[in-house]
Design a protein around this ligand. Sequence first.
Ligand code: ADP
Ligand code: MG
Length: 507
Amino acid sequence: MLDIAHTPPAPKVIAGAKQDWELVIGLEVHAQVSSNAKLFSGASTTFGAEPNSNVAFVDAAMPGMLPVINEFCVAQAVRTGLGLKAGINLTSAFDRKNYFYPDLPQGYQISQLYHPIVGEGEVIVEMGEGIARRVRIERIHLEQDAGKSIHDMDPHMSFVDLNRTGVALMEIVSRPDIRGPEEAAAYVVKLRQIMRYLGTCDGNMQNGNLRADVNVSVCRPGDYERYQESQDFSHLGTRCEIKNMNSMRFIQAAIEYEARRQIGILEDGGTIVQETRLYDPDKGETRSMRSKEEAHDYRYFPCPDLLPLEIEQAWVDDIAAALPELPDAKKARFMSEFGLTDYDASVLTADVDNAAYFEAVVGGGSDGRDGKLAANWVINELFGRLKKEDHTITETPVSADQLGGIVDLITKGDISGKIAKELFEIVFTEGGDPAEIVEARGMRQVTDTGAIEAAVDKVIADNPAQVEKAKQNPKLAGWFVGQVMKATGGKANPKAVNQIVAAKLGL
Ligand code: ADP
Ligand code: MG
């Protein structure tokens, strides 16, 4: 499979005024755990609820309230770890990260600094057929999200909405293995894809359910290889961290800008100051937010309200046994089982909902439909049409059953490809059972050779001059085929028409 066959893409090289530079990028992705309740309270996590309506006493930091760990959120983190082929730590622990957060009234965030629940894993990021980067995952820890401060509702006051306060987040920390802006975006896309398959994060970036802190440094060609061999960070440049990116486009633009900024400083003989920066999408620039804090700035200490988290190997094994088929495996299976191209299999597995739809159309076992034909209809007709309407697959007016019905009619030879497109449009706009529509509207393909012969005879009888020309120039037979198709409303079987026309014209 993929893991063995791929070669790594070349790193992005940026030519400075004096020399070439390479990019080194590591991401800290904050993924909101899909769960009905928060990490340490029973309050709902529903997005878009009335402000401050999903707040338990402990979320509001009422005195004496104690956090109680949500087992489901723990299972989601374990599931995510397993999906990233990571080690699961049977003992992990929570720490307090002390900080003034206006939207987290405790005055600290409960996180996992010293003993995270998930250890080292990997993500394979495909950058083209057979080209992929293996990005190592350093750790995943569970932590609480903060609420939201709202500054644009009143000219004099700020408001706070605590609905998101205490919602479970997974912080997924990569090693600095990403070597270009496109790779960084592709890495986030791949993580999101895997988590959506796992059902552990819905990955909705607009709602802020997936955000990335992007660490960028530059180094000279050869330095990264020296780092790889020794794992000694001193071979790498000093990094800056760009906080809270929630768009693939901005991630790329910010990296591009940041790399050039750093190169400019270095080539002028300056040094990079490690700091936290913000990206301004309007100006297309990053700017300094604060100097980088170290762990000791947060006065981390073990959270006295929570016991170390101990889970059992058998419980982890149960979760592992119930993992769904993941994107890489599904893509490989679509290629081998249905003979799909790399491209088609990628498109169909890009999102878990797309893949489920295709699988429902193609069906299973011996009575399954032709995979290539089904893929063609799902990708070219359905996806194309949905895109036109700006709909996602979950909003499709054509169910997998209905599209399967259309594919069946083509396979049986009841309708031609051309008529199938008309039928698809009817089902898309009006709904209905494809087979019934074909009967009711007389769309069935004419395969009855008697009827086709009669139509051919008529065209020949009506056009003696054309017949003479066609006998000189056999290419003109196509004109007769066209006339017959027209006369039969496109329903004649094109293959039969071609044969009969050729025979009758004596070609
Ligand atoms: P901190 O805890 O100070 O944020 P970490 O060691 O956890 O530092 O690293 C945070 C992120 O920065 C990780 O994703 C890591 O891969 C990335 N990173 C570390 N060094 C570099 C570097 N020189 N260039 C780019 N990214 C880096
Ligand atoms: Mg960090």
